[in-house]
Design a protein around this ligand. Structure first.
Ligand code: G3H
Ligand code: 13P
Ligand code: ZN
Length: 315
């Protein structure tokens, strides 16, 4: 229907015990695949743009394509800055029509994270834009910054309450064991659901009713996509992600936004590798990018029905 903030989406998702998918976008095919997939399932969706994606495609192209997708699909879309590094980037996005921005101050010390987050919140709220922030540190690689598993820290529940109270941030990304990228667990997958429940319990008791929690690093790293990549000349060894049942459990709790980028990358790469493996004489970009678009759309539809539970959230 329109480019909207996440406020209403999260209110409905919390009560309905489902989550909204936040998919990273970098080009036209990914935007079309994600929005057409969401429209096919009558689901709201969040399109998110990292700093590297902003640099790659440029904010003007991205917003113009997202506006075209709003018009084509008629579903509610939020356009979100993912892992915003500073107030300048948040301002650039707000000025270009984003409806939600993340400020990621998780690498700063606590007081600095509070102060910088508050500055972004005050600015964004004055323009009608909502803000996500992060507390705790996820392992993995994002925007060329790498955090080792040893340097990752889980979110402290008391600090989470203090952080939300002092910053006025609209949603909080927490660290409970997920990580960015395709190599999330060496052994068995494990998320700290007790911590998630403690965090939401503290927020609820302090009057933050139905407060939306965000899960980054939530790709499942689909074995089929990895196998196709490897079958057609790729070398992706030892990849593992968050099992779908854990994401379903998180969605039924306070997690209202689930971030996935790696799964899109793997789907796109698998489809393109397969295309060239089966059609070595092909050289029309519409052929291999079209295959990638179809494959990503299928992935998004499956995520909505099998993982997020957000189908028919547009009703
Ligand atoms: O969490 C980060 C996303 O996967 C974005 O990655 O900075 O390479 O676009 P990127
Ligand atoms: P994945 O690497 O698990 O897809 O996480 C993406 C993400 O959190 C984007 O902010
Ligand atoms: Zn992330």
């Amino acid at each position: 229907m329109a480019l909207v903030t996440t406020k209403n989406m999260f209110d409905k998702a919390f009560l309905g015990k489902y989550a909204i998918g936040a998919f990273n976008i970098n080009n036209m095919e990914i935007i079309q695949a994600v929005t057409r997939g969401a429209a096919a399932k009558n689901s709201a969706v969040i399109l998110q743009v990292s700093r590297s994606a902003l640099k790659y495609a440029g904010p003007k192209y991205l917003i113009a394509m997202v506006e075209a997708a709003v018009e084509e699909t008629g579903i509610d879309l939020a356009l979100h800055l993912d892992h915003g590094p500073d107030i300048e980037t948040a301002k650039l996005c707000v000025e270009n029509g984003f409806t939600s921005v993340m400020f990621d101050g998780s690498h700063f010390d606590y007081e600095e994270n509070v102060a910088k987050t508050k500055e972004v919140v005050d600015y964004a709220h004055s323009k009608g834009v909502v803000v996500e922030a992060e507390l705790g540190k996820l392992a993995g690689v994002e925007d060329e910054v790498s955090v080792s598993a040893a340097n990752a820290t889980y979110t402290d529940p008391d600090q989470a309450l203090d952080f939300v109270s002092r910053t006025g941030v609209d949603s909080l990304a927490i660290a409970i064991g997920t990580s960015h990228g395709a190599y999330k667990f060496k052994g068995e997958a494990k998320l700290d659901f007790d911590r998630l429940e403690k965090i939401t319990g503290k927020l609820e008791a302090a009057g933050f009713k139905n407060y939306p929690i965000v899960l980054h690093g939530a790709s499942s790293v689909d074995a089929e996509a990895v196998a196709i990549c490897n079958q057609y000349g790729g070398k992706i060894d030892g990849a593992s992600g968050i099992p779908a049942e854990m994401l379903r459990k998180a969605s039924a709790l306070a997690v209202c936004k689930i971030n996935m980028d790696t799964d899109i990358r793997l789907a796109m790469t698998a489809a393109i590798r397969k295309h060239f493996g089966e059609k070595p004489s092909s050289f029309d970009p519409r052929g291999y990018l079209g295959d990638a678009r179809d494959f990503i759309q299928k992935l998004v539809e499956a995520k909505i029905t099998d993982v997020l539970g957000s189908q028919d959230s547009m009703k």
